[in-house]
Design a binder for this molecule. Structure first.
Ligand code: COA
Length: 375
């Protein structure tokens, strides 16, 4: 058995930012336009007017101040309200590959290795831009990596589940060096016309290099253990998929709400919190790491209040400044990439032997934890 370690991480951040102020302005312009169009039905009570959004609600309910996206012009156009991403020819790299190549280059650079030394690429994300060929194989080719690649989807937990899969293969000896990459284009499956969720997501891509401990060239984090859990729930759901054209309406299926991200946020909040706290506490206990032994929590980045709650439960006290770093105020929820962005940005200062936990949670429900110790 080989000891798996994380030797590098990288983050691709899109160049376009949408602030809450811009987002709310666009949403409210859309709402006003729709309410004017439907004024007659609204006045007879046949239809409810669309409520307006506001910045104070967004910040107090979620902690999010802005998000990065691949295309802001379409999202902010009240006549469009979705990103407009150019259709690429089959001979060009897809958008996920383009995001992945940037994040992987940064992670490989940090690890001090070249792409041709990689023998596993896992593209783990909450949506993939096509069914096949696997995006991971396109990324493998674009990087010049060897070995093999495959796609995984466990929604918000894709990155940690991918790290577990790669770590297990390194442990057993079937691969030597792996890249787990998470291109999350959440803007494309978010319903920007729904005020309950229009502020939630942003786009990003993260990448993590895993190697055998004896091959690590410099700074690294030993993976002490990984633990995954799933429990079925419909509270976060997206019904879009390839069976769409087999329905009665065929290719003309109307623009149904359930083709985009849907959630019952209150239920998710209440149900997921106890599962996650119990999961992390159980995992560190199995590994013989006490609450006091955790120097840092890199949590899934969906909601600030949720993270404050989990931090307090897991540490048994209110986390001190920097112990549970959030990035969601800048990036919003970036699905599986969130906890990896936090890890990538807030881990260099840890001392040798310092231990922490990366933990993602979300749709499925799914929870994945990776306990790491600075080498
Ligand atoms: N602007 C103003 N008011 C809004 C609003 C907006 N953008 N969106 C919703 N509201 C209103 C609601 O209509 C509701 O009004 P009502 O009380 O009159 O019905 C009120 O604000 C509270 O809405 P609610 O949805 O209950 O807010 P919340 O405090 O639960 O916060 C979430 C919403 C989504 C931020 C929160 O539930 C959450 O983060 N849940 C967990 C989500 C999660 O982790 N998901 C994983 C996704 S991968």
């Amino acid at each position: 058995m080989f000891q798996p370690v994380i030797t590098g991480t990288g983050v691709f951040t899109p160049s376009e930012i949408i602030t809450n102020a811009e987002l709310v302005d666009a949403f409210n312009a859309y709402a006003e336009r729709k309410n004017t169009e439907n004024a007659a039905a609204i006045s007879t009570g046949e239809m409810e007017p669309i409520g307006i959004s506001n910045e104070e609600f967004i910040v107090s309910a979620s902690g999010i101040h802005q998000r990065y996206v691949m295309d802001k012009s379409g999202i902010l156009d009240p006549a469009v309200m979705r990103p407009q991403l150019r259709q690429r020819s089959d001979d060009e790299p897809g958008i996920m590959t383009e995001m992945a190549v940037d994040a992987c280059a940064k992670a490989l650079d940090k690890a001090g290795i070249s792409a041709n030394q990689i023998d596993l690429v896992i593209c783990a994300a909450s949506n993939h831009e096509r069914a096949y060929p696997a995006i991971a194989i396109e990324i493998q080719q674009a990087l010049g990596a060897g070995g093999f690649g495959f796609d995984m989807n466990v929604a918000c937990s894709s990155a940690t589940f991918g790290i577990q899969a790669a770590a297990d293969m390194i442990r057993s000896g079937s691969v030597k060096k792996a890249l787990v990459v998470n291109p999350e284009i959440c803007s494309a499956h978010l319903e920007w016309r729904d005020r309950d969720c229009h502020f939630i997501f942003g786009d990003v891509c993260t990448a993590t290099v895993l190697e055998r401990k004896e091959d690590a060239k410099g700074d690294h984090f030993e993976i002490l253990g990984t633990k995954c859990l799933t429990q079925f729930s419909n509270n976060i759901r997206n019904n879009n998929g390839f069976l769409r054209r087999t329905r009665e309406e065929g290719d003309d299926l109307p623009d149904r709400r359930d083709m985009q991200f849907m959630q019952n946020g209150r239920k998710v909040f209440k149900e997921v919190l106890p599962i996650v706290s119990k999961h992390i506490l159980g995992h560190i206990e199995e590994l013989g790491v006490g609450q006091d032994g955790l120097k840092r929590l890199w949590l899934h980045q969906a909601n600030k209040t949720m993270n404050d709650f989990i931090g307090k439960k897991v540490l048994g006290r209110v986390p001190e400044e920097g112990e549970q770093p959030n990035i969601l105020q800048d990036y919003a929820n970036t699905s599986s990439a969130g906890s990896i962005i936090a890890f990538s940005k807030y881990s260099d200062d840890l001392a040798p032997s310092d231990t922490g936990v990366i933990c993602s949670f979300g749709a499925g429900y799914s929870v994945g934890s990776v306990v790491v110790r600075r080498g």
